[in-house]
Design a protein around this ligand. Structure first.
Ligand code: XUL
Ligand code: CO
Length: 443
């Protein structure tokens, strides 16, 4: 059997923070217990099929550059098969438990819709067999509804019901495949569900179409035996100018408006957050605060470039904040940390894929260790309790229970006089956070 990564002999091992081995983990120690679970259970890393296996390094100005020993066969099904073998070899050598895919990542389009279905079925069966052999699991599946030219004007929000029917067929088959492969969630990222000009767009109707489409997916999921969770993955723009799932708050409003809150949570991506002019932690906390943080696409944007660069996540402070939010909500039962990240165009060797993932896994493993220490010491929680202490008063309770009024509050202000003016101590707290992030005793 052909080996696609012969430079990596066995599984990438944990060697600790002092190692100089570039093919070893400094912090990710899969079986180590942190906050009551092993690191592999807390972090639930997933390799993404589209960037890691299918990415070719092309950009709007240049041809593919990645040097890949898989997927080169002229027969499309054979190319899909070698790509899948490379995927499972990579995932196993990296020591990650999960992967995520779009239907069109794993199997090529055929000449007709039925041929496309048959291609997909073959590769789903292949994935099932490889999962069995290796123990690697599917985290989530999703239907690729952005690439094909028919989706230029949207998939579910298209002005033509026939296009919606094609999208429905993809979602139906991918949902069934997700059930067959044991995936615990199903993602909708609506890259083309948006518009570029109001001059030709019925915005309300398109949002209604999208809401109706999600309901059909939920109904089909019940028939197909899907017991997992649906996720919307918000993104403000790109490829559409205006996307209907702009950010966490917009998506939550959409779910509530279309009566979908019982079935959906959010999959929050770092670079999508920054494109929406939010921080990753803002989006994570927004979702988590209403019990709707389901999963994360971990990557990183570029502060100079204004598009979705999907770089590997190496920023420990950001990873710390993410893990702090995840630990505080008790984990991600349906989701995990999916590497929606790609190596740079200049990093065209297959080995660069290992360096990218190892760095990202270590950043989040270190983030997990720091977040665990922060939570067990309760520093931020203690500060917040003091900051909101007045809410323990009768008036605080009345405000939250909605049992007071502007009249009563005015009387309260008149009787109590001026409020205390207290510092928010932002700089102090940033220094405290740095003490933890750079603590030599956390390793
Ligand atoms: C695009 C993006 C997608 C979704 C899955 O920006 O993030 O790859 O994660 O469709
Ligand atoms: Co994503």
């Amino acid at each position: 059997m052909k080996e696609f990564f012969p430079e990596v002999k066995g599984k990438i091992a944990y060697e600790g923070p002092r190692t100089k081995n570039p093919l070893a983990f400094r912090y990710y120690d899969s079986e180590r217990l942190v906050a009551g679970k092993t690191m592999r259970e807390q972090l639930k890393f997933a390799v993404c099929y589209w960037h890691t296996l299918k990415g070719n390094g092309s950009d709007p100005f240049g041809a593919p550059v990645y040097n890949r020993p898989w997927g080169q066969e002229t027969n499309a099904l054979e190319a899909a098969d070698s790509t899948m073998r490379a995927a499972f070899e990579f995932i196993q050598k990296l020591g990650v438990d999960y992967y995520c895919f779009h239907d069109r990542d794993i199997a090529p389009d055929g000449a007709t819709l039925s041929e496309t279905h048959s291609n997909f079925e073959k590769l789903v069966n292949r994935a099932a067999a490889l999962q069995k052999d290796t123990g690697v699991k599917l985290l989530w599946g999703t239907a690729g509804l952005a690439t094909h030219p028919r989706y230029t004007h949207g998939a579910a929000s298209n002005p033509d019901p026939l296009v919606i029917a094609h999208a429905a067929s993809q979602v139906k088959r991918t949902l069934e495949a997700t059930v067959a492969l044991g995936g615990t969630s199903f993602v909708f990222w609506g890259g083309r569900e948006g518009y570029s000009s109001l001059l030709n767009t019925r915005l309300k109707q398109e949002r209604d179409q999208l809401g109706a489409f999600y309901h059909m997916a939920v109904e089909h999921g019940k028939k197909a035996g899907f017991k997992g969770m649906y996720f919307i993955e918000p993104k403000p723009a790109e490829p559409s100018t205006h996307q209907y799932d702009f950010d966490a708050a917009t998506s939550l409003q959409f779910l509530s408006e279309y009566d979908l809150l019982d079935h959906f949570m959010l999959n929050i991506e770092a670079n999508h957050a920054t494109l929406a002019k939010h921080t990753f932690e803002h989006e994570l906390m927004m979702a988590s605060s209403v019990g709707k943080l389901g999963s994360l696409d971990i990557n990183r944007g570029n502060t100079i470039l204004g598009w979705d660069t999907d770089q590997f996540p190496t920023d420990v402070p950001t990873a710390t904040m993410a893990m702090w939010i995840i630990l505080k909500q008790g984990g991600l039962p349906y989701g995990g940390l999916n590497f929606d990240a790609k190596v740079r165009r200049g990093s065209f060797d297959s080995m660069d894929l290992f360096y990218g993932h190892i760095g990202g896994m270590d950043a989040f493993a270190r983030g997990l260790l720091i977040a665990d220490r922060l939570i067990s010491d309760g520093v931020l929680e203690k500060f917040q309790s003091e900051r909101y202490a007045e809410f323990e008063s009768e008036m605080g309770h009345k405000i939250l229970n909605r049992t007071t009024s502007l009249d009563e509050l005015e009387k309260y202000a008149l009787s109590r006089g001026e409020a205390h003016f207290r510092s928010g101590r932002e700089e102090l707290l940033e220094n405290v956070l740095n003490d933890y992030i750079y603590s030599p005793t956390i390793e």
